[in-house]
Design a binder for this molecule. Structure first.
Ligand code: PGA
Length: 262
């Protein structure tokens, strides 16, 4: 049984004071530890203050990006040991906004995935097709290419430590989420590919999250899909009550798995 994962990707939002207030809101709303891994990824500048705020709570800290080298002449970049020092255990890798705006390549993304694993943090590899690719029937081709390249060189043991996020680009920040059926279809495909790249057993343990306009009112139907193991949440993670509501839906979906209803 896979434990659900809900990650708040705060993107480029929030001063330290705002980040502290938001993290405190989530912490106070989740006093009882849910059966869900809850991760918040604030901007780099807010990592220390958020780390302090969520200390000794059920919430874990993540970063939105990293460099693959442990140190070096990379102006403006942040190394994984710097993130680990602040208490980050999770790192988003290959978000479509970085692929598009920063020109991140699959090869760079693969180096990041490998580097995050080598520091014993959890890489959350993001993949997904554009609207045009979907229109042309290239959804599976795109996702397959991104996964094969992003996971290249990983052993089955390495793959077992990765979290994947399917985020169709057309659904991110648009308010138009993939339907549960659309997402479920791609998630099933992704799990099949992971099985091919590792083993059926490993593929059964890898959490595959959905991201793209997840909100409190669509989270339940998305997470009712058996292959959807949680959510990567952007806009809706900026308001504590909404994010907490999504975590609670994920917790309910995990109860449904336990009871054989999903
Ligand atoms: P969204 O973003 O929830 O605002 O669509 C999701 C993401 O980019 O991770």
């Amino acid at each position: 049984m896979r434990k659900p994962v809900v990650i708040g990707n705060r993107k480029m939002h929030g001063t330290q004071a705002e980040a502290r207030a938001l993290a405190a809101g989530v912490r106070d709303g989740l006093k009882r530890k849910p059966p869900v891994s809850v991760v918040v990824c604030p901007p780099f500048t807010a990592l220390p203050v958020v780390a302090q705020t969520i200390a000794n709570s059920a919430i874990e800290l993540g970063a939105q990006n990293c460099h693959w080298d442990p140190s070096g002449a990379h102006t403006g970049e942040i190394a994984i040991p710097m993130l680990a020092e602040l208490g980050c255990r999770w790192v988003l890798v290959g978000h479509s906004e970085r692929r598009k705006e920063m020109g991140e390549t699959d090869e760079q993304i693969n180096r990041k995935v490998q580097a995050v694993l080598s520091h014993a943090l959890v890489p959350v590899l993001c993949v997904g097709e554009t609207a045009e690719e979907r229109r042309q029937g290239l959804t599976f081709t795109t996702v397959e290419g991104q996964l094969r390249a992003g996971l290249a060189g990983l052993t089955a043991d390495g793959l077992a430590k990765v979290v994947l996020a399917y985020e169709p680009v057309w659904a991110i920040g648009t308010g138009v989420n993939a339907t549960p059926a659309q997402a479920g279809e791609v998630h099933g495909y992704v799990r099949g590919l992971v099985s091919e790249l590792s083993s059926k057993e490993v593929a059964q343990t890898v959490p595959i999250l959905y991201g793209g306009s997840v909100k409190a009112d669509n989270a339940e139907s998305l997470m009712a899909e058996p292959e959807i193991d949680g959510a990567l949440v952007g806009g809706a993670s900026l308001k504590a009550p909404e994010f907490i509501a999504i975590v609670k839906k994920a917790a309910a979906s995990s109860g449904a798995v336990r009871e054989g209803r999903r």
